[in-house]
Design a protein around this ligand. Sequence first.
Ligand code: PMP
Ligand code: GLN
Length: 382
Amino acid sequence: MIQSKLPSVGTTIFTTMSQLAAETGALNLSQGFPDFDGPDALREAVSRHVFSGHNQYAPMTGLPALREQVAIKLQRSYAVTVDPLTEITITPGATQGIFCAIHAVIRPGDEVIVFDPCYDSYEPATELAGGRCVHVQLDLNDFSIDWEKFEAALSPRTRMIVLNSPHNPSGALISRAELDRLATLIAGRDIYLVSDEVYEHLVFDGQPHVSVLAHPELYSRAFVVSSFGKTYHVTGWKTGYVVAPPALTAELRKVHQYVSFCGVTPLQYALADFMAASPEHVEELPAFYQAKRDLFCDLLAPSRFSFTRVAGTYFQLVDYSRIRPDLNDVEMSLWMTREHGVAAIPISVFYQQAPADQRLVRLCFAKREETLREAAAKLCAI
Ligand code: PMP
Ligand code: GLN
């Protein structure tokens, strides 16, 4: 009988809820993905490149033209200069980039600080590297970092900290002041960062995305990860990138070349073409998703759910205390899916130890207007 290396890992909540939505015919506002397609020009570029013979292995580090476009975008978005040759690596999805960054650094006995509720891939990646996650709960009201708890979690074994802003599942944004405080607390210590910024272009109400790339002190020890899937509405393409200083990039690539070697070639050509032709796409993204957030929240206003509009991501947390306080959030998500035709994600699954009285579920608003209207009508009827 095989002894599992990940005994506490089962099927992810995203798979479970998407399957249940499909079985029951519920509107799927659970797993985070758009129900609309990426730009026509981007999809046409893929077929062009497939038919023009770009079907063999891409360079291990990523197509030079795509790394060049990422560097141009980072200059435009954050006024930072990174070297596409030595600091940018294209990976088959952000998940793979995060996995490789963790494995490049973590050794048996090392500790990785993660902030709960936290995205589900950080802990298995850490455990497979022989490390251990130390969970620090974010503030229950606004999901900001609780510095007392953070300082209590720091130890001589702390080797890495995983940040995620905009934050899945809460939508909270990290501030420059928080990054400064973190930099002060870890100064002079042998600690690295993974900064998961896959929702970097989904920030609302005129707020900027505060990237670790633009914080030189933190960047000097960071792997900054993003995903083309979120930015170009193509989550199924599983293409992302990691930006890190040259010494860290060199170590990341040693892992990456044996986890997958390279990303998918025609997708990289297409993304490079599209980014060169349409640099405004990322600048238009906040308004595009803010309109969806606002439509959805306006439609939900008469419902019995309560909520504060999220600052970023394409997820809206809603509190259901006034509807079924007797149900925990897993039960509530199942009930909503089966009885009311809208699938949601419970947020307790993002915690090591979920707060007992939290009554929150996550709804994805990366959906067409008609889907949002139909879902809101069902939610208002609960
Ligand atoms: N990090 C977070 C916070 C996410 O929500 C996701 C999305 N699914 C990922 C990483 C993974 O991105 P990708 O699909 O490119 O692997
Ligand atoms: N990031 C997506 C979410 O939070 C899920 C990705 C996945 O299914 N692994 O919904």
